[in-house]
Design a protein around this ligand. Structure first.
Ligand SMILES: [Zn+2]
Length: 451
């Protein structure tokens, strides 16, 4: 048993049920959980002086494709929209292997942690034959940098010859997908409180998988007690595809296959109409909002104010690195704030609304009640920001909204995951960043040379 005290924190933005803002208070962590928050001083084995810092709940990323880190900023695809962008990049991604997945995960998770994100969900759906155990490689990377990690067993079974977008070599049979999904859930999924490892089932998208694969994935996920995730309503092209192929709009199609409910969340969710937004709220089906990717791929603007009003479960996400091109959820929060101010004016979410989307909202999408706010009994996942840095001078009247309204330029000072400091003074604790970066660039050269 060990006790860590964050002593005399200037602010603790709890995001708890009462939106409590603590001033000049102490936060005591016992092992991996928060034991106490309040003005009384507590005994501890280790103390961090937090008198010049604001403490926030760890951010939770609800949609990513970490492997895409190594196909960022490629000139060939920068001007494209989603469908042609995917077709061009599948030619790179069909060559990925365990080393690419492992090193890209280390880099992406490192960047997430340095920017206050403590839990990451990754949507991995490219499994070339003989590529190795890609999901095990991701979990090992998460362990090395200290991130709470939700992986997915993604899948594709509709290749170009069947009217899909991916090449033949990266699609698999439904039987192979189901078998590997069961194996990964058995080996890696831990449903307990404070779990560091979970697995969801996540077929790629309605236009790269068959209806049978979607239906069977939903049945298997429910029999195993794991969650369901995919891309829905990202572009008008997708809407056109499901209307032409199945005579239904995307949400009606997904609903017909069992893909609505409180155990389901979609990435993007841009092109829903009013009735569909109400259906999402009524069924508890969630949306991972990815504003930077949506802007970069010219996909559209998610109807966040209406979703909040209706009670649609809503989280924040960076999406894949190749459509972002980064892994910084704090930047995403700030950009979301600006995008919605531009789009909706006075209806736009506040900076604090966006912080809650990125913490409590995201936790709900991942089905977790032990992360997303700071209160006793919750996991000790948090980050800390020194308020005496130059770029925050004069900006501290509203620490609850500050990350949206002012934004943070540069890494956070501390990040703790499950009670353990994983970022200290803005740097990763358990990995040499220069070494990670050099190894990553060496892998990228080899990987892209095959392209
Ligand atoms: Zn995505």
């Amino acid at each position: 048993m060990s006790k860590l005290l964050l002593k005399n924190a200037r602010y603790i933005v709890s995001c708890d049920d009462r939106d409590t803002l603590y001033e000049n208070c102490n936060l005591l962590i016992r092992d991996n959980a928060i034991e106490f928050i309040g003005p009384q001083l507590q005994q501890a084995d280790q103390v961090i002086d937090a008198s010049s810092m604001a403490v926030y709940p760890g951010l939770i990323n609800t949609h990513h494709h970490l492997y895409q880190l190594f196909s960022r900023n490629l000139p060939e695809v920068q001007g494209l929209e989603l469908f042609p962008w995917l077709v061009a990049l599948y030619d790179v991604w069909k060559n990925l292997d365990e080393e690419v997945v492992s090193r890209s995960a280390l880099v992406g998770m490192g960047e997430l942690l340095k920017n206050g994100c403590t839990t990451c969900f990754d949507h991995h759906y490219v499994f070339p034959a003989q590529a190795g155990d890609l999901i095990a490689a991701q979990f090992r990377a998460a362990g090395r940098v200290g991130m709470r990690f939700h992986a997915s067993r993604g899948s594709m079974d509709l290749s170009q010859k069947d009217g899909g977008l991916p090449p033949d070599t990266v699609v698999q049979s439904i039987d192979a997908i189901m078998e590997d999904s069961q194996r990964l859930v058995r080996v890696w999924h831990d449903p307990e409180r404070f779990s560091m490892h979970q697995v969801a089932l996540a077929p790629c998208s309605p236009f790269s998988v068959s209806g049978d694969l979607l239906r069977e994935s939903a049945a298997l996920a429910r029999s195993l007690g794991v969650r369901l995730h995919t891309h829905v309503a990202e572009t008008r092209d997708e809407e056109q595809f499901t209307l032409e192929q199945f005579g239904m709009r995307p949400l009606a199609y997904m609903h017909s296959l069992g893909w609505t409910g409180p155990d389901v969340w979609y990435a993007h969710g841009i092109h829903f109409n009013g009735d569909e937004l109400r259906q999402l709220a009524e069924t508890g089906t969630g949306v991972a909002h990815c504003p930077i990717s949506n802007m970069k791929l010219s996909s559209g603007v998610c109807r966040v104010p209406e979703m909040l009003r209706l009670g649609v479960p809503l989280g924040l996400a960076v999406d894949g690195s190749a459509s972002n091109d980064g892994s910084n959820l704090l930047e995403e929060l700030r950009v979301a704030y600006l995008l919605h101010r531009l789009t909706w004016g006075r209806e736009a979410p506040t900076g604090y609304d966006l912080l809650k989307i990125a913490t409590r909202g995201s936790a709900r999408l991942l089905g977790r009640d032990d992360i997303g706010c700071l209160a006793s009994g919750m996991a000790a996942d948090l980050f800390m920001v020194r308020l005496d840095r130059l770029e925050l001078a004069g900006a501290q009247f509203d620490p609850m909204s500050m990350l949206g309204t002012v934004g943070l330029k540069g890494p956070v000072d501390y990040t703790l995951v499950n009670g353990r400091p994983v970022v200290q003074n803005g740097e990763l604790v358990s990995a040499d960043e220069a070494e990670l970066s050099a190894q990553a660039n060496e892998t990228v050269r080899r990987y892209l040379n095959r392209f």
